[in-house]
Each structure stands twice: as structure tokens, then as C-alpha cells.
Design a protein around this ligand. Structure first.
Ligand SMILES: NC(=O)c1ccc[n+]([C@@H]2O[C@H](COP(=O)([O-])OP(=O)(O)OC[C@H]3O[C@@H](n4cnc5c(N)ncnc54)[C@H](O)[C@@H]3O)[C@@H](O)[C@H]2O)c1
Length: 251
């Protein structure tokens, strides 16, 4: 009997990086996984690599109709939902002075509205299934000051606060809401952030050096935490922020 046998799960932003690793890990532990992403082709490749049942749904997490349809698909295919991973997110490098209003809207929309909509539509389905687990993706940027991440930090701080508030709102219904705060994880996101600097290689080296354990966190290390939060053995973990950061916040 595998740890996640019988669990019906959705992972947003699962075509790449951390979301991809989470989808593959949940599937490898026996869960059924609905892979949701803007990039349908890449999502299809993840589904093909997954051990176990994996479906794909093209989804923009900022569109309520898409998120409603996503949850509806899981319920119609599987008769319910047990795990919702609100992972999709975007970041931009910048201070409050250098970030444009368009960048502000973009980051807040995908990260905060996307997580809000994910909870808004998934929690009733989790509740109707007898309870379940919501896993939101925050960041160490919510917990410590990181240079050049003003709006991204605000978005991830909002996710942390919304996680705690929602955990209290829904704990009585058997729905656990938690978040993960990764340090810097080596994904396509890192390359996009560093490409905004004059010297991308130097920016990459700096991101690595700020990790006290001297390396990037791997997507698989975040996926291991997500699998724990998805499993029943984390039943008393409610409203928590699970830090997987190589020591960044311990300094
Ligand atoms: N990489 C890091 O260092 C790091 C650190 C802390 C937190 N995070 C968070 O982890 C999550 C995943 O990051 P990643 O590094 O894997 O990023 P990534 O860019 O590698 O992957 C993100 C995925 O989300 C998808 N996506 C983007 N906008 C979307 C939308 N509107 N609707 C649906 N899908 C959308 C993309 O297509 C992509 O497949 C994000 O929330 C990010 O903020 C990342």
C-alpha cells in the first residue's frame, strides 16, 4: 500500500520546475494527478513521465472559469478531490522603485489571485470528499528580506497570510491548508530571474551563495515536503509554513 494510494490531486503550474516534481512525486506514491498549466504541451510530457494516472488540463490560474473547470474535471473524472496544490507562480526582480505597475499586476495576479481561486473552487470539493489537503506555494521571500524582490515578496507574504487564515476557516471541515516556503530552487524560474541582470552568471552565483548549505534546493526536495503534506500522516499539520531553504531563514 503506497502512502498516497487513492488520493485524487491537482497540481497547478505542473508543467515545469517545482510543480512538475510535485506531480511526479504524488503519482509515484500512488495518487491520481491532474496536471494544470498554461503550457499544455509541456504538461503532456509530464503526464507521460508520471507513474500512475495523470491527466492534463490547460489552465490559467488567474481565470476563475478555468479554475472552476479544473476542479470540475477532477470531480467528474474521479468523483472527488483530496489534494489541491496551488503552485503556479511568477516572479520579477525589482525594488518598489524599479518594478513597473504592469509587473506588479502580473505577479500579484498569478500568485495571489491564482492561489485565492485555487482555494475558492477546490475547498468545497475537498469538503464534499470528506476532507483534504491544500498546499500553497509561498517562499522564504515571505519570511526574510531578499534584495530586489519587493513585489514577489509581497505576493508570497499574502499567500502565507491567506494560508493561515484559511487554515483556521476550514480546519473544522476536515480541510487542512498549509504552505511551503522554499529557498532558491533550481528551475526555469531561476534562469528567467537572472536573465534580467547585466551578468546572469554572476546573479546565478549570488543566488546560490545566499543558501547557507551552499547549493540550490532541488525541486525533488520540495516535492518530498508536498507529498508529506498531502499524506494523512501530516494530519496535525494545520496552517503551517514548511520551510525547505538550506538554512536561509536560520541566519
Ligand atoms: N524556483 C525558486 O527558487 C522558488 C523559490 C520559492 C518559491 N517558488 C515558487 O514555486 C512555484 C513554482 O516555481 P518554479 O520555480 O517551479 O517556476 P517555473 O517558472 O519553473 O514553473 C512555473 C510553472 O507555472 C506555470 N504558470 C505560470 N503562470 C501560470 C498561470 N497563470 N496559470 C497556470 N500555470 C501558470 C508555468 O507555465 C510553469 O510551468 C512558484 O509559485 C514560485 O513562486 C520558487
Amino acid at each position: 500500500m503506497q502512502r498516497l494510494e487513492g488520493k485524487r490531486s491537482i497540481v497547478t503550474g505542473a508543467a515545469n520546475g517545482i510543480g512538475r516534481a510535485i506531480a511526479l512525486r504524488l503519482a509515484s506514491e500512488g495518487a491520481r494527478v491532474l496536471i494544470a498549466d498554461l503550457d499544455e504541451d509541456a504538461a503532456g510530457k509530464v503526464a507521460a513521465q508520471a507513474r500512475g494516472e495523470a491527466l492534463v488540463q490547460k489552465t490559467d490560474v488567474t481565470a476563475a472559469s478555468d479554475v472552476e473547470a479544473l476542479v470540475g474535471r477532477a470531480v467528474s473524472e474521479w468523483g472527488g478531490l483530496d489534494v489541491m496544490v496551488n503552485n503556479a507562480g511568477v516572479g520579477v526582480a525589482g525594488t518598489a522603485l524599479t518594478t513597473t505597475e504592469e509587473e506588479y499586476g502580473f505577479v500579484m495576479d498569478v500568485c495571489v489571485r491564482g492561489t485565492f481561486l485555487g482555494m475558492k473552487y477546490a475547498i468545497p470539493a475537498l469538503r464534499d470528499s470528506g476532507g483534504g489537503s491544500v498546499i500553497n506555494m509561498s517562499s522564504v521571500a515571505a519570511l526574510v528580506g531578499i534584495p530586489d524582490r519587493a513585489v514577489y515578496s509581497a505576493a508570497k507574504g499574502a499567500i502565507l497570510a491567506m494560508t493561515r487564515a484559511s487554515a483556521i476557516d476550514h480546519v473544522g471541515e476536515g480541510v487542512r491548508v498549509n504552505c511551503i516556503a522554499p529557498g532558491t530552487v533550481d528551475t526555469p524560474w531561476v534562469a528567467r530571474i537572472t536573465s534580467g541582470y547585466d551578468d546572469p552568471e554572476e546573479a546565478r552565483a549570488n543566488m546560490q551563495a545566499r543558501q547557507p548549505h551552499g547549493r540550490f534546493v532541488t525541486p525533488e526536495e520540495i516535492a518530498a515536503m508536498a507529498a508529506y503534506l498531502a499524506a494523512d500522516e501530516s494530519a496535525s499539520v494545520v496552517g503551517a509554513c514548511m520551510i525547505v531553504d538550506g538554512g536561509v531563514t536560520a541566519r
